[in-house]
Design a protein around this ligand. Structure first.
Ligand code: ATP
Length: 200
């Protein structure tokens, strides 16, 4: 179980975005975080994956806090893939970061349509959609128990969006992954979600 318990968060000394927010996600559940723009969905996604520390409350996986180093059981894929890759690394190195077996990397590459010729390039030499495929492959290669997907397909055309979500859905089902996602597309959300959680 992924649990956020009594989370309070505000940026700097600013007002709280939320207080006493709790959420529990079981393996296999696909939870849509729903709230108006600016309510703090992206922030909560970062808190759940351990990238932001709440002012109060805790994030637990099976009762234990997220590990401070090593592979995190909660992986985040965000809406700005260019911010999450090292610009000095080739894409082959980015993909290898998760430390997965070569066959698994190969399988994910094939599923996500990652071309051979992209591997020797640097992040700035790929389109946003191409880069996002790498970020999704890297997150899945880290064998997460929970995946947080924050508007992962916002920048993609309809065909690529459908392809990426069908991979995410198939992987989530096959691995009994818990999924927490943010999407501004009602049609997509209705297809993916097993539950909708309002943020405020
Ligand atoms: N690093 C930051 N420092 C200060 N304020 C921030 C920071 N990041 C976000 N905010 C503010 O915190 C609030 C929540 O932002 P967040 O991106 O989590 O909202 P959101 O619900 O994901 O919005 P959207 O649906 O528009 O993407 C917003 O008012 C935003 O301006």
């Amino acid at each position: 179980m992924l649990e956020a318990r009594a989370i309070a968060f505000g940026y700097g000394g600013g007002p709280l975005l939320y207080e006493g927010f709790s959420l529990a996600v079981a393996p296999g559940e696909r939870v849509q975080l729903a709230a108006p723009s600016g309510a703090g969905k992206t922030t909560l996604a970062r808190i759940l994956a351990g990238y932001e520390r709440p002012r109060a409350g805790t994030v637990l996986v099976d009762g234990a806090p997220l590990p401070r180093r090593g592979r995190c059981p909660v992986q985040l894929v965000g809406q700005h893939p260019e911010l999450t890759v090292d610009p000095r690394q080739t894409m082959a190195a980015v993909l290898a970061e998760a430390g997965a077996a070569p066959e698994e990397v190969e399988r994910l590459r094939a599923l996500l349509g990652i071309r051979d010729r992209w591997l020797t390039r640097y992040p700035r030499e790929l389109s946003g959609g191409e880069l996002q495929r790498f970020c999704i492959a890297r997150a899945l290669a880290a064998s997460p128990r929970y995946l947080i997907a924050d508007e992962v397909s916002t920048m993609l055309d309809a065909v690529t969006q459908a392809q990426i979500w069908s991979v995410l859905l198939a992987e989530a089902r096959a691995r009994d992954l818990g999924l927490v996602f943010v999407s501004h597309s009602p049609a997509l959300a209705a297809r993916i979600a097993t539950r909708v959680v309002p943020l405020a």
